[in-house]
Structure formats: C-alpha cells, structure tokens
Design a protein around this ligand. Structure first.
Ligand code: NAP
Length: 230
C-alpha cells in the first residue's frame, strides 16, 4: 500500500460512468476500488473490484473496510448506484410499497451509509491536509419532478438533501460534497442512452480538484465528451 497515493472508491460502478470515472482517476495516479455486486464484470486494469450490494447495509461497511485494508482510506468517494421502478400504467402510486422502499434504499439510504462510513474513516487519517471529496451522481428529478420517476426522484431528492446538509455542516477543508448532474442543453434530465460517461469522468476530476463551486453541480456534455458547467 502506498500511503501517500490518493484513493477513489466508486460505489455502484458499472461499464458506463463507473468504469470511465475509474479510468480517468487511474490515469491521474489514483488508486481505485470499484464496488458493485458482479465483481467479475469489473474490467478496468489497475482497479480493484470490491463486492457491495447497497441494499444490504453491512456490505457497505465491509466494502469500506476492504478498501482501507487493500488501498488505504478513501480520499474520494463516488456514489453512483441508482434504482428506478416504472409505475404501472403511468400511475405513480401504483408502484408497490416494497418496490418504493427498495429503490429508496438504493438511491438514498445506502448513500447515507456511504457518507457515514466515508466521513468516519476519513477522520482517522493522520496529518492529512486535503479534504475527503464525496460525489453523488445526480439528476434533476429533485428539482423537476417526473411522475414516471417517482421512486428515483424521491430518492435523489433525499440524496440531494443530505449532500446539501454535508456542505452546510462541515468545514470544506475537511469534507466537500457534490450532487453532480449531467443535464440536457435545456437543463432537463438526460435520457438514459445519452448519459456521457467521459464527461462524468472529466467533471468528477474537476470536482475533486476544487475547480467548481457549490454542492448542486450541473453540466452538459460537449461533443468531445468534456463537461460544460451550467
Ligand atoms: N443526469 C441524468 O439525467 C441521468 C440519466 C441517467 C442516469 N443517471 C445516473 O447515472 C448513474 C448510473 O450511471 P450508469 O448508468 O453509467 O452506471 P454504470 O456505472 O455503468 O453502472 C452502475 C452499476 O451500479 C451497480 N449497481 C446497481 N445496483 C446496485 C446495488 N444494489 N449494489 C451495488 N451496485 C449496484 C451495477 O453493477 P452490478 O449489477 O454489478 O451491481 C451497475 O453496473 C445513476 O446514479 C443514475 O441516476 C443520470
């Protein structure tokens, strides 16, 4: 373990945003752990796969402990897991309570667990002058409700709330928090196929380096895959 090397832990990292953010940070000298259920599907050279199922809180704590023992205390955390159940017949309250509760866990409660463990662990770092940076992958559903995204929007709203609480409550020299959303040119939600993983990688790199202000961060993706903050 190289104690001086910075460590990124991505929770809910798959082939698009997760793996692309991982490659960006690896190229900049970070050590990277990718947390997901199917660890056999992590195919990022240099990153370590870590089992986590965010619907099971104990696996989140275990995953942080595994990252700490293998790479060191994370200096950056990306919470990227999300869940959406489409309402039957476009009737938002037709989603079953069990499905709503499960999606809320993935979108919000598990992110809270990650915030809890990441901040407790970071406080154990000795002689560390740079802050822990926690980035939640967002979207604009908290600000632009969509009945078809009743479970996702409820969860992202709670997630945005706790991220804003973090930025209010803690000294930015110790912890920085971001709810980072790619938006369309009109400022709306991005259709799933148009999520630009490369722009997320570049945007998250700028956030970790303190190049963007505020906790509610929004960006469009330019044709060459770089983010334009709006
Ligand atoms: N800005 C927008 O408008 C917009 C639009 C679409 C999506 N998004 C956001 O983009 C993010 C997803 O990005 P992506 O599609 O590019 O994802 P990705 O990084 O390609 O993959 C996400 C990974 O999360 C993992 N995951 C899912 N459920 C999990 C669980 N219970 N525990 C642990 N890991 C879990 C899955 O891997 P395993 O199956 O191996 O666990 C999946 O491969 C979400 O936060 C979503 O809200 C934003």
């Amino acid at each position: 373990m190289a104690a001086s090397q910075k460590v990124l832990f991505i929770i809910g990292g798959g082939p698009r945003i997760g793996h692309t953010v991982a490659r960006k940070f690896l190229s900049q000298g970070y050590q990277v752990a990718i947390g997901r259920r199917h660890i056999d599907k992590v195919d990022v050279d240099g990153a370590i796969p870590v089992y986590v199922d965010v619907t099971k809180p104990e696996t989140i704590e275990n995953a942080f402990n595994e990252v700490e023992s293998k790479l060191g205390v994370p200096t950056a955390v990306v919470y990227n897991a999300a869940a959406l159940t489409f309402p039957p017949d476009k009737d938002p309250f037709g989603v079953t309570p069990d499905d709503f509760a499960r999606d809320l866990t993935v979108n919000a409660s598990a992110a809270y667990s990650a915030l809890h463990h990441a901040t407790r662990l970071a406080r154990q770092r000795q002689n560390e002058t740079s802050p822990l940076v926690f980035i939640a992958t967002g979207n604009v559903t908290p600000f632009q409700p969509n009945p078809l995204a009743v479970t996702l929007g409820a969860g992202k709203s709670a997630l945005a709330h706790i991220i804003s609480i973090g930025s209010l409550a803690y000294d930015a020299k110790e912890f920085r928090f971001y709810f980072a959303s790619q938006v369309t040119e009109e400022g709306g939600s991005v259709p799933y196929p148009q999520v630009n993983a490369a722009a997320h990688g570049e945007a998250y790199w700028k956030l970790v380096n303190g190049e963007v202000g505020g906790w509610d961060v929004r960006f469009t993706a330019t044709v060459n895959g770089s983010p334009k903050f709006v």
